[in-house]
Write a protein that binds this ligand. Structure first.
Ligand SMILES: Cc1ncc(COP(=O)(O)O)c(C=O)c1O
Length: 444
C-alpha cells in the first residue's frame, strides 16, 4: 500500500520552518523545489532506513548526501560518539583523535599531510587559497556541472542545488571572482589544452571532482584525471582533486584508489564519509605545499571547531569500520539496485542511462532511447525531468527516499541489506510506470 500523498506532520513543520528559515530548509537541495511537494522532515534513522515526522519508514538512498557509509545510528559509532561527548565536546586545543584521524587519512590516500576543517566548502575554499598563495597566480579552472561547495569563485556553472534550481550561480559573487574562474566542459581534453595554451602562466590550479556526482554521476574518461595532473605539472599549476563526495566512499582510498596509478594530485579535499555524519572535512596534499599553511607558512587558514573531538571520533570510528569487506558489499548492493532500476525502466519503456563511478550511481532520464552515455553537463541537462519527478514521487509513496533532484547521486550504505533491496525492488515497477506515464515539457 502506498503512503497517502500528503504528509501532515512534515507539512506542519515545513510551514513553521518557512516562517523562520529561507525556503524552510538549511541547505537548498533538501527542499522539494525541483520535484514539488513537501520535503519530508526526518525524525530518526536506523541502518538503511529513515523515519519521517509522520512515522513513515523509507529506504534511504540519499545517506545524508554521502556521509552515512555504514548506515544510520551504527551502534559502534554511536557509542564512540557518546563516550567522546561525555569527555567534553570542544577544547580549542589539539587532541589525540585529530592526530589519529589525520594518520588514517594519510595512510589511505596519496596525501602527505592534512588540515582538518568543518565542511567541504571550507576545504575547497582553503585549497584554492593555498594554490593561489603558492603559485602567485589567480586563475582557477573548474568544470561545468562540478560542485565544490558554495565558494564564491567555484559557483560558476555549478552542479547540485545550483543546477537543480536553475540558478545563474553568481548573484552576490563579485565580478572579479567570476572573472578569475575559467569554466570548461567536463571530459574534454582539447578544451583544457586550449585553456592552458592561452592562459598557462596565469592558472593557479585546476579543480575537479575526482568523479563528478553533482550533475548526476559521470565517469571520468579513461586517463582523464591523470591527464589533468600532467598538464597542470607542465604549466606550473596545481591539480586539486575534490574527493569530498568520492573520498572513502568508492574505495578505501576514494576515487584515487580506482584510477590513481602512476600519478597523484597536488592537493585533495575530503569531507562527508570522513566525518561519520558530523561536520568534519579536510584538505591535504604534498608536504611542501601543505607547509605553506599557517602557522608553518604564510597562507592563513583557521577554524574554531576544526578537528572537533566528537566529529573526529565519529569520522575515525567510521573509517576504521570501513574495511575492504564493507567496500565489496557496497559495490554489490549498488550493482543490485542498478540492475533492478534498469530492468524496471526497460520494462516500462522509459529511456534512461545508469551512470556510475564505483558504487555511486544515478539514473539519467534521457529523452531518447539511443543515448547510451552521459559524459558532461550538457548531456546531464538534456533530461526529461518530468519523468524524474513522477518517478521520485512514486518511489517516495512506496517507501524509498531518493535525492529530490535529477542531478544528484544515489548513495547506498553497508546497512542496505536484502530487506532494503526487496523494498526498493517492490517500489520500482510503480515508479517506472509513473515515469512512463508522465506528461510534461522535456528539457530544451
Ligand atoms: C564534491 C563536493 N565538494 C564539496 C562539497 C561541499 O561540501 P559541504 O556541503 O560539506 O560544504 C560537496 C557537497 O556536496 C561536494 O559534493
Amino acid at each position: 500500500m502506498p503512503f497517502p500523498g500528503d504528509a501532515p506532520a512534515s507539512a506542519a513543520l515545513f510551514e513553521r520552518a518557512s516562517a523562520v528559515t529561507p525556503g524552510g530548509v538549511n541547505s537548498p537541495v533538501r527542499a522539494f523545489g525541483a520535484v514539488g511537494g513537501t520535503p519530508r522532515f526526518m525524525a530518526s534513522g536506523h541502518g538503511p532506513y529513515l523515519v519521517d515526522a509522520d512515522g513513515r519508514e523509507y529506504v534511504d538512498l540519499v545517506c545524508s548526501w554521502g556521509p552515512m557509509l555504514l548506515g544510520h545510528a551504527h551502534p559502534e559509532v554511536r557509542e564512540a560518539v557518546a563516550r567522546a561527548a561525555a569527555s567534553g565536546t570542544s577544547f580549542g586545543a589539539p587532541t589525540e583523535t585529530e592526530v589519529a584521524l589525520a594518520e588514517e587519512i594519510v595512510g589511505r590516500t596519496p596525501v602527505d599531510q592534512v588540515r582538518l576543517v568543518s565542511s567541504g566548502t571550507e576545504a575547497t575554499m582553503s585549497a584554492i587559497r593555498l594554490a593561489r598563495g603558492v603559485t602567485g597566480r589567480d586563475l582557477v579552472v573548474k568544470f561545468a556541472g562540478c560542485y565544490h561547495g558554495h565558494v564564491d569563485s567555484l559557483l560558476a556553472s555549478a552542479g547540485s542545488g545550483v543546477v537543480t534550481f536553475g540558478l545563474p550561480g553568481t548573484p552576490g559573487v563579485p565580478a572579479a571572482s567570476t572573472a578569475a574562474t575559467l569554466v570548461l566542459p567536463y571530459n574534454d581534453t582539447a578544451a583544457v589544452e586550449a585553456a592552458f595554451a592561452e592562459y598557462g602562466d596565469q592558472i593557479a590550479c585546476v579543480i575537479t571532482e575526482a568523479a563528478p556526482g553533482n550533475m548526476g554521476v559521470i565517469s571520468p574518461g579513461e586517463g582523464y584525471n591523470a591527464f589533468l595532473s600532467r598538464i597542470c605539472a607542465e604549466h606550473g599549476a596545481l591539480f586539486v582533486s575534490d574527493e569530498v563526495m568520492t573520498g572513502f566512499r568508492v574505495s578505501p582510498s576514494g576515487h584515487h584508489g580506482l584510477d590513481g596509478q602512476g600519478w597523484r594530485p597536488d592537493l585533495m579535499t575530503f569531507g562527508k564519509v570522513m566525518g561519520g555524519g558530523f561536520p568534519a572535512a579536510a584538505l591535504g596534499g604534498r608536504a611542501d605545499l601543505m607547509r605553506q599553511l599557517a602557522p608553518e607558512g604564510p597562507v592563513y587558514q583557521a577554524g574554531t571547531l576544526s578537528g572537533n573531538p566528537v566529529a573526529t571520533t565519529a569520522g575515525l570510528t567510521t573509517l576504521r569500520l570501513a574495511t575492504d569487506e564493507v567496500y565489496a558489499g557496497l559495490d554489490k548492493v549498488s550493482a543490485q539496485i542498478q540492475d533492478l532500476a534498469g530492468a524496471a525502466l526497460r520494462e516500462a519503456g522509459v529511456p534512461h542511462v545508469i551512470s556510475t563511478a564505483g558504487n555511486m550511481f544515478s539514473v539519467f532520464f534521457v529523452e531518447q532511447d539511443d543515448v547510451t552515455e552521459v559524459r558532461d553537463f550538457a548531456g546531464a541537462q538534456r533530461q526529461a525531468q518530468h519523468r524524474f519527478r513522477a518517478f521520485f514521487h512514486a518511489m517516495l509513496a512506496h517507501g524509498v527516499y531518493l535525492p529530490p533532484s535529477a542531478f544528484e547521486a544515489w548513495f547506498v550504505s553497508a546497512a542496505h541489506d536484502q530487506d532494503a533491496v526487496d523494498r526498493i525492488a517492490a517500489a520500482l515497477p510503480y515508479a517506472a510506470e509513473a515515469a512512463a506515464a508522465a506528461r510534461g515539457e522535456p528539457a530544451a
